[in-house]
Design a protein around this ligand. Structure first.
Ligand code: HPA
Length: 275
């Protein structure tokens, strides 16, 4: 994707390519897996094919350990699921339109449901490391929006998207059917890549945040803008800064996510079966 190409047109073009490479008429559900979640894909359903996204000209490719530049096509509960085994982030130097490209292409390829997962620091004092938490809402502190810039082309919804029910209450209820113990929390999205200071975590807690991370918010906005239903799930990989004496380390975050990935994959499979 080059800067001169309209991001909506590029998403539509890449949607055609994704369908062609997977030899399917359309996809139904998109899943974006966060840091260390790759093995979750194995527990979602039956793999049909794998797409190397690096082979698509200009597709933004993840550079962070724990994120793979590929997507897997999985059949689960009669739905064609497009599972991205990684994502790109603002902190990799990517613009918002590139951060949301996979999500926009998925919606163009037919997905009416977009499931966004991430590794997050736990701010809520009741959260345990290894616990999945449904995102009930977010506080976007990245200072960026995928809808900034030229207005969406004709035929697309306008740029002033309503985010009142951004994280679908219906999908959250279905996820709780699949795993009744699931907690819900507010996700604060920061630009990163550094972790927060303890003072920032105290500020976020006072502002009503339960979780903190460096992804998801822009993708959720882009998916909702195009009319998809969005579910967000954070895996608590560490207590947020200042809430534990241990220093924060990306390797520990990825290992904590890997340790819970199979449980999360089953949760995703159970949810998709209910859609
Ligand atoms: N802060 C920000 N992002 C994160 C964290 C954190 O503590 N853990 C995993 N991703």
């Amino acid at each position: 994707m080059t800067d001169s190409v309209d991001p909506y047109a590029q998403a539509a073009t890449d949607a055609v390519t994704l369908r062609k490479l997977a030899a399917v008429p359309r996809f139904d559900v998109a899943v974006v897996l966060g840091s260390g979640w790759q093995t979750a894909a194995d527990a979602i359903g039956s793999p049909q094919s794998e797409i190397t996204l690096g082979g698509l000209p200009g597709w933004p490719v993840p550079t962070v350990p724990g994120h793979s530049p590929s997507a897997r096509c999985i059949l689960a509960g009669g739905q064609r699921v497009l599972v991205f085994l990684g994502r790109v982030h603002l902190y990799e130097g990517q613009e918002p339109e590139r951060v949301v490209h996979a999500v926009r292409a998925s919606v163009e390829a037919g997905c009416r449901t977009v499931i966004l997962t991430n590794a997050a620091g736990g701010i809520h004092p009741g959260y345990q490391v290894g616990q999945p938490v449904l995102i009930s809402d977010h506080v976007n502190l990245t200072g960026r929006s995928p809808l900034a810039g030229p207005p969406p082309p004709d035929g697309y919804p306008g740029r002033f998207a309503d985010l009142t029910a951004l994280y679908s209450p219906r999908l959250r209820a279905l996820a709780k059917e699949a795993d009744p113990g699931l907690a819900e929390g507010v996700y604060a999205a920061l630009p990163g890549p550094h972790y927060e200071t303890p003072a920032e975590i105290r500020m976020l807690r006072a502002a009503g945040a339960d979780l903190v991370g460096m992804s998801t918010a822009l993708e959720a906005i882009a998916a909702r803008h195009l009319g998809a239903e969005v579910l967000g799930i954070s895996l608590v990989t560490n207590p947020a800064a200042g809430l534990s004496p241990a220093p924060l380390e990306h390797g520990d975050v990825v290992r904590a996510a890997e340790a819970s990935a199979t449980r999360i994959g089953r949760l995703l499979g159970g949810l998709i079966n209910r859609l």
